[in-house]
Ligand binder design. Sequence first.
Ligand code: 1PR
Length: 545
Amino acid sequence: MPTVHLLDYVAGNIRSLVNAIEKLGYQVEWIKSPEDVPKAEKLILPGVGHFGHCLSQLSQAGYLPAVQQHIAAGKPFFAVCVGLQALFQGSAEDPDVAGLGVIPSSLDRFSDADKPVPHIGWNSADTHGRAMYDLRAGSKYYYVHSYKCPYKPGELESQGWTVATGTYGNETFIGAIAKGNIYATQFHPEKSGVAGLRTLRAFLTGAGAKNLGAPLTQPAASSASKDGLTRRVIACLDVRTNDQGDLVVTKGDQYDVREKSDGNNVRNLGKPVEMAKRYYEDGADEVTFLNITSFRDCPLADLPMLEVLRQTSRTVFVPLTIGGGIRDTVDTDGTKVTALEIATMYFKSGADKVSVGSDAVIAAEEYYSLGRKLFGNTAIEQISRAYGNQAVVVSVDPKRVYVPKRDATRHALVETAAPGPKGEPYCWYACTIKGGRETRDIDVVELAQAVEAMGCGELLLNCIDKDGTNSGFDLELIAQVKAAVTIPVIASSGAGVPAHFDEVFRRTTTDAALGAGMFHRGEYTVKQVKEYLDEKGLVVRKFED
Ligand code: 1PR
C-alpha cells in the first residue's frame, strides 16, 4: 500500500481523515517529531480547533521549519481546515500568532449580523471554471469554521494560486486553494462524502496537481441557496443497552422508549453501526448518536459507544455527533474523569462533535446565579477551548409549560397556536435534565443564551411534547430559540413525513432538521426527504455515487 504521512500535533478528530485515506487504499504513517518530516513524500497537515492553538502546538514541537522545508522542496503537501488557515500570514482569531505566511493574506471572522456563525454545513467550492483536484461545481463540501479568508477576485490568482470559493450570506470566502505542490481545503474532505473522497484521491494519486488550473471545458452550473448552505438533513440514533444487554437503536414516544405491550421491553429498532451506514448511503448530511442512558456501571475506556464510533467512522464520511454522559464523572475504579477527557475519548474514536445535555442545564443555572460570569470551568468552555466551538453541541430537552396569562411567569413566553389542556393561550419551554425526567426552572431562551456565551457552537433543539408524535416540528419553539441566539440551530422532534422538513425550513430559519423514528421504522428514507425538498425548490446536497 502506498504511504502518506500525517502530522500528529494533537489536532482533535483525525481518525476520520485516517479512515478516509485508508478507504482510498493508502497507508498512514504518523509524523511524531520534526526529524520525521524529511521522510515524508506526501505530507498532510490536519486541522481542528483554534488557529493559535494549531500554530503554537506546531511551533512548540519544532515543526514549523520542517514543514516550511517540505513545502519549499516541492513535495506534495495538503492542509485541511485550520491546516489551511495556518498557511496564511495571520488570523483575527489570534492576532498575536503568526501563520506560516505561505499565502500572502490573512483571515477574519464571518459577520454574524445576517447569519449564524460558525458557518456549519454543506457549501460549494466553486473553482471558477478551472481544474482543481477534481472539485466539482455541482458538489457540496462540509465546512465548519468561524474564520475565513475573504475572497478578493484575481488577487491570489495573479500570484499563481488557483482558488475555489464558497459564499455564505454576502461573504465570499476561500474554500480551497492550490499552487504547485500545495493543496489546502477549508472544508473537511474526510467529512464531505463521495465528493470529499474524490478530491482527497486527486491529492493522493498526484492527478490533482498535474492539471491544476487548466480551463474546464464544461463547468457544471453551481446551485446554492441564498446563504450558500444546503438544507441539512440529519439522522439521529438514540442508543442504549436493552434489558438483554445489547446496544440497540431505540426511539421513544415523548421520551418513553419502552413498548406499551411486549413485556414493556426497550423498543429495539436495529443496530447502531449498520443503521448509521445506511443513513450515510441514503444521503444523510450528518449522523447523530445519543447515548440516552449514558454509561452505567461500565469503565469509561470500555464504553460500547466508543467502539460504535470507531466502526461507524470507517464507513460514514459525514460528520458524526455523539451525546450522552458528557460531564465530569467518577469512573468505576473511583478515578475522577473530566468532561473534557470523556469528550477527548469520543473525538479520538471518530466523533466530530460532542453533545452536552443535562450538564449544560446545570451550568446555565450556575451562570445566572453567579451574575452571568464565566470562569472557564464548565464542560462547554473546556471542550470548546480545546477543540473549537464547532465541536460542542448542546442538546436541549424542553417541555411546554402552559400559562393562562402573560404575567403568570417570568419566563420567555410564546403565544401558541396550540393552546394548553385548559385552553391556556401561552406557554414557555422548561428545560429538563436526565432524559426529561427532571424539569428545571430555567427556560429554553435562558439556556440557549447561556450556552452560547460559554462557547457552544450549535444547538440540537428537541421537544419532549413533539418527540415521536410524527406531527411535525414545534415551529413556535424553533422560532423563539432562533430569535435568541446567533449560533446554528438543529430542529428536532416530531418529523413524520418529508413535508415536515419542507415546513420547518420554510416557516422558520432553522439551520438543519433532524429525524429519527420515521427513518428507523422504514416509513421514509433520508433520500426521499431530500428528493422531496429538491422538488419543492430547496437546495439540498445531492446524492453522489
Ligand atoms: O444528559 O448529557 O447525558 O445527554 C443525554 C442525551 O440523551 C440528551 O441529548 C437527550 O436528548 C437524550 N435522551 C435522553 N433520554 C432520551 C429518551 O428518549 N428517553 N433522547 C433521550 C432524546 C430526542 C431526539 C429524538 C428526536 C427526534 N431523543 O434526539 O431523536 O426527538 O425523534 P422523532 O423524529 O422520532 O420525533 P446527557
